[in-house]
Design a binder for this molecule. Structure first.
Ligand code: NI
Length: 184
C-alpha cells in the first residue's frame, strides 16, 4: 500500500530511530509498502521514518537491485566524492553533498539473516543518505553554510509545507541531470 511520505519540517524526520526488535509480519508489510512507495515516487532509497515509523530500517533500489537494511551499520568508509543529491522528503531540491565513495555496511535482511555489503558510487551514496535518516539527519544538513544561506528561502517554504515552484529552466537541466537524477 502506498504510504504518505513525510517532509522536512516534520518532527519525526529529526528523531533518532529505535532498533527493530523483531522481524514480524508488520515489519514485512512495512517493507513491502516502502518499496511500493519508493518506486511510485521514482526514488532509489527510502527510510522508515520517511513514512512515519521511527525504526532503524531502510530500503534502496539501485540498478534494479532491491535491498532491505534492518538495524544497519557502516563498518568502513573510504574516499570522498561530491555529487548532486535529492530526497523524497525534500521535494524539488537538489544539492551537492560530499560523501564517502565506498562503504562497507552490515545489516539484517528481511529473513533476519545478517549480511555485509561493499558498495560504491550511487549505492554507497544511497546507503549513507538513508542511514542518516535513521539518525534524524537530512542531506541539507550536509551542505555548506553559505550554500544553505543561498537556499534558505526554499528551505523555509518546504518546512512550512509548501511546494517549491517549478524551475523555468527545468527542461534544459533535465538532459544533463538524467544520469544523476536520483532521489532518495
Ligand atoms: Ni532522503
Amino acid at each position: 500500500m502506498l504510504q504518505k511520505i513525510h517532509r522536512i519540517g516534520e518532527e519525526l524526520l529529526r528523531k533518532e530511530s529505535e532498533p527493530v526488535k523483531e522481524i514480524n509480519d508488520s515489519i514485512k508489510n512495512l517493507v513491502k509498502d516502502m518499496f511500493e512507495t519508493m518506486h511510485e515516487a521514482n526514488g532509489v532509497g527510502l527510510a522508515a521514518p520517511q513514512i512515519g515509523q521511527n525504526i532503524r530500517l531502510f530500503v534502496i533500489d539501485v540498478d534494479n537491485n532491491p535491498l532491505v537494511f534492518i538495524n544497519p551499520r557502516i563498518k568502513k568508509m573510504t574516499g570522498k566524492e561530491t555529487a548532486e543529491e535529492g530526497c523524497l522528503s525534500v521535494p524539488g531540491l537538489r544539492e551537492c553533498v560530499q560523501r564517502a565513495t565506498r562503504v562497507t555496511a552490515e545489516a539484517f535482511d528481511i529473513d533476519g539473516h545478517s549480511f555485509e555489503i561493499k558498495a560504491e558510487g550511487l549505492a554507497a551514496r544511497a546507503i549513507q543518505h538513508e542511514l542518516d535518516h535513521l539518525d534524524g539527519v537530512l542531506f541539507v544538513d550536509r551542505i555548506s553554510k553559505s550554500r544553505k544561506n543561498q537556499i534558505r528561502y526554499k528551505l523555509e517554504q518546504l518546512e512550512a509545507g509548501k511546494d517549491l515552484p517549478e524551475e523555468l529552466d527545468e527542461v534544459e537541466e533535465e538532459t544533463q541531470e538524467e544520469e544523476v537524477s536520483q532521489t532518495a
